[in-house]
Design a binder for this molecule. Structure first.
Ligand SMILES: Cc1cc2nc3c(=O)[nH]c(=O)nc-3n(C[C@H](O)[C@H](O)[C@H](O)COP(=O)(O)OP(=O)(O)OC[C@H]3O[C@@H](n4cnc5c(N)ncnc54)[C@H](O)[C@@H]3O)c2cc1C
Length: 479
């Protein structure tokens, strides 16, 4: 007899879960009927690509990482390998940062927080001589006693000094999570760094060894892909390709999920839903198993009557809000050579922009030759107030920052702001312990699995892994 699995949420996590369920159903002995419920009128969640005239705008993510293989493998299975694109060489593989109001390249060999090349750090104007000396002493700093969680800020200040925290770790790592490094959990976001401290006694020595190993394995295996890749046609191609493989009747858009309940007599889940804005609870679906990929805050709502302890743990995961502002300029109006991927902005610089991607330089076919497309990030935990203003004034502030940093002389020919309210889970100190408590509470419900960005990684590759693992767990629990 066929089993009905409901997947809640049509972002990349839910899509990966639904796709894996249909794959397993096709290849295994278990017959599955899959329904994916998405509240909005489109799939993809924060992944959204827009074509406007000759421009291709990424409103959300623009790439995924390849050293976690899940996204690459999924693209292979979807027949997208030929459409994967690497950043263009015109970027010189360089990333800029802002220092005293000017763009300066990040020193070569900086591995997120750890310098691996002495020469490039010594030459860099980003750090004072005292800061460079403090960095150089890192291998002599004793290991931390105890193995409890620690914030990113505390770790970097302790091992590499304040300047590395302010100039590199905060904009690079804090930027990925749109978070405050004083609260961000190192164990949940960058576990390899405390591991290097434990094993090698130094993040500089550990990073050098890691880099050597990566270079060696690249030369031995001839790694085919750069660290980040995008898709010809934009990231939404991934969403459309998954949708096409799901077949008719699987996806139900405009279907907001309310509460979940377990009917022990019938051995089935009851999922309250509401169509197209009507009250979630006006309709009900039944299922043998549920994969919930809602952000933890929304999952807490769905599960509050089922298990209040579980709901409280989910509710305790905070979220931050961001916006992307895509601006297009005439290339001739920009003085900077734009010979990089883009730039990050340390919070201490007091700018409105957190980071900027030179989108049409980074990837091909994003804009005609004479037009430059820039994508900026605003808000996050450190500057949430910037989002409390209309699009036009936020765009004007972003334009002012770009004018000062890139030497822009004209007005943008296109502006496009996309808001992502409460979209970025904050993996604060203690996050992993909370996720363990969530997992142990979930043991009471073997046919309910939570997946998505809120738990074990926010990147697209992590979300795909979590969706696929959820699908496999459900199938295992049935067999
Ligand atoms: C601006 C931005 C840029 C990013 N850039 C990158 C990048 O370049 N590379 C990278 O790897 N990662 C990037 N990320 C992170 C990554 O894109 C996300 O973490 C990931 O896509 C989240 O997927 P998800 O499915 O878990 O969640 P979401 O995309 O948030 O999807 C959740 C879905 O659930 C739906 N939903 C909510 N409530 C209900 C309900 N009650 N009933 C039914 N459906 C509901 C929502 O409408 C949504 O579609 C970026 C994130 C943002 C915000």
């Amino acid at each position: 007899m066929s089993k009905h699995v409901i997947v809640i949420g049509g972002g990349i996590s839910g899509l990966a879960a639904a796709h894996r369920l249909t794959e397993l159903s096709r290849t295994g002995s278990l017959e599955l009927r899959v329904t994916l419920l998405e509240a909005s009128d489109r799939l993809g969640g924060v992944i959204a690509t827009e074509r406007t005239d000759d421009l291709l705008l990424e409103l959300g993510p623009d790439s995924y990482i390849t050293d976690k293989p899940a996204a690459l493998r999924l693209c292979e299975r979807l027949g997208l390998t030929d459409r994967l694109i690497a950043p263009q060489h015109a970027t010189g593989l360089k990333l800029y940062t802002v220092h005293r109001g000017r763009l300066e390249p990040l020193p070569e060999g900086f591995l997120l927080m750890a310098p691996t090349r002495v020469g490039s750090v010594l030459r860099s104007p980003l750090f004072s001589w005292a800061g460079k000396l403090r960095m150089g002493l890192e291998p002599l700093i004793p290991r931390r006693s105890g193995d409890g969680d620690e914030s990113l800020a505390s770790f970097v200040r302790r091992r590499l000094g304040r300047e590395v925290l302010e100039r590199v770790a905060q904009p690079l790592i804090g930027g990925i999570y749109a978070s405050d490094p004083e609260h961000l959990s190192l164990a949940a976001t960058m576990p390899r760094f405390p591991e290097m401290e434990r094993n090698q006694g130094s993040v500089i020595l550990g990073s050098r060894q890691a880099q050597k190993r990566r270079a060696q394995s690249t030369s031995e295996t001839g790694a085919r892909w750069s660290l980040f890749v995008s898709i010809d046609g934009g990231m939404e191609v991934l969403v459309q390709s998954i949708e096409e493989t799901l077949g008719p009747g699987v996806v139900r858009l405009g279907e907001a999920v309310g509460e979940l309940s377990w009917d022990a007599d019938a051995d089935r889940w009851r999922v309250a839903t509401g169509r197209n804005g009507s009250d979630p609870g006006s309709d009900e679906l039944e299922a043998d198993a549920v994969i919930c990929t809602l952000p933890a805050s929304a999952a807490a709502n769905a599960l509050k009557t089922l298990d209040s302890e579980l709901a409280n743990e989910l509710k305790a995961i905070p979220f931050s809000s961001t916006a992307t502002v895509n601006l297009a300029y005439r290339r001739s109006d920009i003085a900077h050579p734009l010979d990089g991927y883009g730039f990050v902005v340390p919070h201490v610089e007091g700018r409105k922009i957190m980071a900027c991607t030179f989108s049409s330089v980074k990837y091909p076919d994003r804009a005609p030759e004479d037009i430059t497309l820039l994508r900026c990030f605003v808000g996050g935990t450190l500057q949430p107030h910037l989002l409390d203003q209309p699009d036009e004034s936020m765009e004007a502030q972003v334009h002012d920052d770009l004018t000062a940093l890139l030497g822009i002389s004209g007005e943008p020919i296109l502006r496009r702001t996309t808001r992502y309210p409460d979209c970025m889970p904050q993996y604060n100190v203690g996050h992993l312990a909370r996720v363990e408590r969530i997992d142990s509470e979930l043991k009471h419900f073997p046919t309910l699995v939570l997946a998505g960005k809120s738990y074990r990684g926010v990147g697209i590759a992590d979300c795909i892994t979590s969706g696929e693992t959820a699908a496999e767990t459900i199938v295992e629990n049935f067999c």
